[in-house]
Design a protein around this ligand. Structure first.
Ligand code: FAD
Ligand code: SF4
Ligand code: SF4
Length: 412
């Protein structure tokens, strides 16, 4: 019989914490997101919540629950979920389009929300100025800040550590984060009425997974650099996909192509939660933005094109307003089956998930509750052999100790 985790400590020890940061926010910093020795951000200590805090967290934690925020009467696709628009898009500002992760859609929309005064600030993330291989949450109050903080951070980051501080401002705001983070925001709205009142625009990137810090540390090792020497660590951008770029305080610069850095999926050091992610396509968001390389990966550089998935009337209004202001440019429509070809890894994962959850359950571990995410329908596409492989593969990884985690050590 499947079940969800009974405590946040069990979320962590079962490998289901993605380090979203909500634990730190809800406890107002009494529990902190700490980098563990295995390279993930985890709440520490994970076992000192009050009963009220723990109840509220368990109702929203992405390691416990993931559900869409569908508006009625939307077109729905089993893989891609509810949507009103799917099409190519990119930032109207060529400089932003060049600097951003892909085509700059998320930053362009964040900046537009600020310049048109639809929100007072945007909660998102940026590289740490002192330790640029690491990232943290940030509040952008101006369009310029939202724009300059463009770029994908592939390592651990906890955007929701800033969520209560954002709510406490009592002003309308937008959030840009990963689908798991936005899923937590949506679920958290059930216990905090301020969420739906104030967090009026939720935008995500379609997400292939968060690498543990070891992936970035591996690059430094390869280059013979120490973290203290760094002045810049950029995963991509300045082109699409652009180069992974590392610079040092004494002026040296090192680059790798996206393909060199990411071609071997076995070296990505993905979080366990990502291998079990029931919604990497952002079904709780107003707008999701994706890469759109045919076949799922780049073969060279291009000018920067996103695929956008608009999932709410508020999202539609934002796109319309941004296009009218010249902040966003729209291209051709994309059908769900064309999107399958642009994101084949996402389709494969969606189809495998119900079997992976079965493996977790057979091994006695909790799973994520996924009402409305259609995992059983998608799972029925697997033939018997493929299903058995997924179940047995999950059980083998659990047995080999590749799923469970120790509780994070706390700093004395
Ligand atoms: C971990 C990760 C995995 C990804 N995997 C895929 C994938 O499999 N398929 C795919 O199509 N696209 C993937 N992307 C998304 C892709 O890299 C782009 O982010 C997306 O196409 C949006 O591009 P953009 O130019 O509009 O973003 P930009 O305009 O550059 O804006 C990016 C925004 O996202 C915020 N942000 C960056 N990193 C993070 C983070 N780790 N957590 C929370 N917020 C963040 C920034 O603060 C900024 O506001 C991934 C992104 C990340 C961070
Ligand atoms: S995923 Fe977020 S809410 Fe869940 S345990 Fe981790 S930090 Fe806390
Ligand atoms: S794959 Fe899923 S769990 Fe992992 S970072 Fe992306 S949205 Fe979060």
């Amino acid at each position: 019989m499947s079940r969800t985790a009974k405590s946040i400590a069990e979320v962590v020890t079962s490998g289901l914490c993605i380090g979203c940061g909500l634990c730190e926010a809800v406890t107002k910093g009494r529990v902190k997101m700490e980098m563990t020795s295995y390279g993930g951000l985890r709440p520490a200590p994970a076992d000192i919540f009050t009963p009220e805090e723990e109840t509220q967290l368990l109702a929203a934690c992405p390691g416990v629950i993931a559900k869409p925020r569908a508006e009625p009467d939307m077109e729905t696709d089993d893989v891609w979920g509810a949507h009103s628009t799917m099409r190519y898009a990119w930032a109207g500002d060529p400089d932003l389009r060049f600097r951003a992760a892909t085509g700059g859609v998320l930053s362009a929309l964040g900046a537009h929300l600020l310049s048109s005064k639809k929100v007072n600030f945007v909660l998102h993330v940026m590289a740490d100025a002192d330790r640029p291989m690491r990232s943290h949450w940030v509040i952008s109050d101006t369009p310029e800040q939202a724009s300059i903080r463009a770029g994908s951070r592939y390592g651990p980051v906890a955007p929701l550590a800033g969520f209560i501080e954002a709510l406490d401002r009592g002003e309308p705001f937008a959030i840009i984060a990963k689908p798991c983070d936005i899923g937590a925001v949506h679920a958290f709205a059930q216990t905090d009425a301020r969420v739906d009142e104030l967090c009026i625009m939720r935008m995500v990137m379609v997400c292939g997974g968060q690498s543990r810090l070891g992936k970035s540390q591996g690059l430094l090792k390869e280059l013979g650099l120490a973290e203290e020497e760094l002045s810049l660590f950029r995963y991509r951008g300045y082109g699409n996909p652009g180069l992974t770029t590392v610079e040092t305080k004494d002026g040296r610069s090192f680059t790798k192509t996206y393909q060199e850095q990411w071609e071997d999926e076995g070296t990505w050091e993905l979080e366990t939660r990502c291998k079990l992610c029931p919604d990497a396509l952002g079904e709780a968001a107003d707008i999701a933005a994706a890469d759109v390389w045919p076949g799922g990966g780049p073969t060279g550089e291009d000018e920067g094109f996103n695929g956008i998935i608009v999932r709410s009337s508020a999202g539609e209004n934002l796109v319309k307003s941004a296009v009218e202001a010249g902040d966003l440019v729209l291209g051709e429509p994309i059908t769900p089956r064309q999107f399958d070809d642009l994101q084949p890894h996402q389709v494969r994962k969606k189809e495998a998930l119900s079997a992976r959850f079965e493996g977790m359950t057979e091994a006695g571990l909790p799973i994520i509750d996924t009402p409305g995410l259609r995992l059983d329908q998608l799972g029925s596409r697997l033939d018997d052999d493929a299903r058995t492989n997924q179940i047995e593969g999950t059980k083998r990884r659990i047995k080999e100790g590749r799923v469970s985690e120790p509780l994070p050590e706390t700093k004395g």
